[in-house]
Write a protein that binds this ligand. Structure first.
Ligand code: FER
Length: 164
């Protein structure tokens, strides 16, 4: 696991959605969503389960305050990932409620998940291509510390925006 912890990835799902994740430590991630149904959403200090499935394959799984459940299998050596996301019905119908810096709106997420409908869930299962990968060290608070903006992932890939 040692090499995987501290990893910072940008990846694009085959449906076109672009996401960014920082594996902060053995049970914590930070992330930004750059495009797709909930583009603009960003989150710090989400607790997750991380396991090494076999040599070079890592599974990261968690449940969000929104009720969305996510499980991602990273294959960094192949620049590939497979993700499955189980969205409650309400997130699919009102994605804009979740598009914000979630840490400042935890009560809104918890109210919304009881106020609106959960079922049937909207399941998204997609492979993704990793377009940027760098180890930023563990517990680096600079990696995910500002809202996503247009062109941000290009700035990271070019080195214009860097955190080490
Ligand atoms: C991902 C897929 C889904 C991901 C995060 C989510 C950063 C979270 C979705 C949500 O809470 O709406 O690849 O990685």
């Amino acid at each position: 696991m040692e090499n995987f912890l501290g990893s910072h990835f940008i990846y694009t799902y085959e449906n076109g959605w672009e996401y960014e994740m920082y594996i902060k430590n053995e049970d914590t991630i930070d992330y930004r969503i750059h495009s797709g149904m909930v583009g603009g959403r960003w989150v710090r200090d989400q607790k997750v389960d991380i396991v090494k499935l076999t040599e070079g394959v890592f599974k990261v799984s968690w449940t969000e305050p929104t009720g969305t459940d996510v499980s991602l299998a990273f294959m960094p050596a192949e620049n590939r990932m497979h993700g499955i996301i189980f969205f409650p019905k309400w997130v699919h119908e009102h994605p804009e409620i979740t598009v914000r810096y979630q840490n400042d709106f935890i009560p809104l997420m918890e109210e919304s998940r009881v106020k609106y409908e959960t079922y049937p869930k909207h399941v998204v299962t997609e492979f993704a291509t990793i377009t940027f990968a760098k180890n930023e060290g563990v517990n680096n608070e600079k990696v995910i510390s500002q809202a996503p903006y247009e062109g941000m992932t290009a700035d990271m890939r070019s080195g214009k925006l860097s955190f080490t």
